[in-house]
Design a protein around this ligand. Structure first.
Ligand SMILES: Cc1ncc(COP(=O)(O)O)c(C=O)c1O
Length: 429
């Protein structure tokens, strides 16, 4: 087949399935909102937000916890930057752009731009912290049994390589205080680090980080937080949490380009968490192979190295600005209102709610089980018959179905999820 025709046919076929044919090439302008308060019930506003996403309407997307779809302002920024840079074959890596992107992200996260490093994902940030902390054989790290594999394997590797000891607690789904007590019970004179999720990937459980931060301070422990499921879902104030380091992904709730991430390292921790992989951009001023002289960058930029995709970095900045403009508090109230409605509906149907059972522990992710039905059966039926893209939860032997609700989801979609679960339950009887 003629190469051009072949490409047109093949790409046309895939694009057709994903509904990409409808994707306009130019930005649909987002009318600046300025973060003004808006009600979760303001359907016209949230519909306008939804219209910013080329995300297919052939199914309901409920897996932002896995991967977040990008809106036009992000997609168009990446496209335009790629176009410009490919025409001149330049990397486009400028101090001005990096500063602009980090400033937008810092405003969203409550830190200073100098405390942020750009990474490829949360896992990279976790590894930088885990392998950069000065730990010795016998030093102890406290973590939970509900962590994502990303916040587990790095510590297991250090345990194997360096003889540190990992101590775990099972998070309580019933009370914030109980979680703090379970952590406190594990603290010994050898404890050095608390490494905890901000929001659980398995259940959407939000840990009481401020109180845990105080506990860490009291016992002089380094406190690292895995924020993969938090940034973009709920307002994050890193200064208030009081953690020493925190990592997230750009491609989940931040709705940024895939393969982007952010690592926060508190200013006073830059020399404690030593950079293990360094190269161009990690240094500041001169270096000399003969004298051995080099200086690490005075900011968290020291954790960045080598050539990266500038278009993705620019897209991450656009994502942060998009969320700031809608307003982190507005997004959180909207997402939580949807999740609460869903939780109530599922409970009425007799489903088992695996999410935290105390209000401050709840988030925009809902994990549930349908009694008498296996997780895979529920998930497959929801996908094949009702076009609902959910995520199965197997972590910690939970065997549930997880639903993530973000700013492009709607109350109408919640009704459709509840109807679908009711129908599969009835069908099963
Ligand atoms: C809590 C948590 N940590 C880490 C990760 C890993 O994220 P990434 O693959 O972007 O590194 C995830 C992904 O789902 C997660 O939920």
């Amino acid at each position: 087949m003629h190469r051009r025709r072949f490409l047109q046919t093949t790409l046309g076929g895939f694009a057709g399935i994903a509904g990409l044919n409808a994707l306009p090439l130019r930005t649909r302008r987002w009318p600046a909102h300025g973060g003004k308060p808006v009600s979760p019930e303001d359907t016209a506003f949230w519909q306008q937000v939804r219209n910013q996403f080329p995300l297919t309407r052939k199914r309901i997307y409920l897996n932002t916890g896995g991967l977040g779809p990008s809106p036009y302002p992000v997609i168009d920024t990446v496209r335009r930057k790629t176009d410009t840079l490919e025409r001149i074959s330049e990397s486009g890596h400028t101090h001005a752009l990096w500063q602009e992107v980090k400033s937008s992200c810092a405003r969203l996260l409550g830190c200073s731009p100098e405390e942020l490093a750009l990474t490829r994902n949360t896992t990279e940030g976790i590894n930088i912290v885990c392998h950069g902390l000065p730990l010795e054989a016998g030093d102890e790290v406290i973590t939970s049994t509900h962590e994502h594999v990303g916040n587990t394997l790095a510590w297991l590797l250090r345990q194997k390589k360096d003889g540190i000891r990992i101590r775990t607690f099972e998070p309580s789904m019933l009370s914030a205080q109980e979680n703090v007590q379970r952590i406190e019970k594990l603290i010994t004179p050898r404890t050095r680090v608390l490494s905890l999720m901000h929001v659980s990937t398995a259940t959407g459980h939000v840990l009481p980080l401020r109180t845990i931060g105080e506990l860490a301070k009291q016992h002089k422990l380094w406190f690292f937080v895995d924020g993969a499921q938090a940034a973009g879902m709920l307002p994050v104030d890193l200064a208030e949490i009081g953690c020493h380091a925190w990592a997230t992904s750009g491609h989940k709730w931040l709705l940024g380009p895939k393969g982007t991430g952010l690592l926060y390292v508190r200013k006073d921790m830059l020399d404690t968490i030593s950079a293990q992989w360094i190269g161009a951009y990690s240094n500041s001023g001169t270096f000399d192979i003969r004298t051995g002289e080099f200086h690490l960058h005075p900011s968290a930029q020291r954790y960045e190295y080598g050539t990266v995709n500038t278009a993705l970095v620019a897209g991450l900045g656009a994502a942060a600005r998009f969320l700031l403009d809608i307003g982190p508090e507005n997004i959180w109230r909207h997402n939580l209102a949807l999740a609460n409605k869903l939780r109530a509906g599922l409970r009425e149907l007799g489903c088992e709610d695996l999410s935290a059972q105390y209000p401050e522990g709840s988030s925009a992710m809902v994990t549930f089980r349908v009694p008498g039905m296996a997780r895979a059966e529920v998930q497959n039926l929801l996908a094949s018959k009702y076009k609902l893209r959910t995520r199965g939860v197997y972590e910690g032997g939970l065997d549930g179905v997880r639903i993530s609700l973000h700013l492009f989801n709607s109350f109408e979609e919640i009704d459709r999820i509840i109807e679908a679960v009711a129908a599969i339950k009835k069908h099963r009887k």
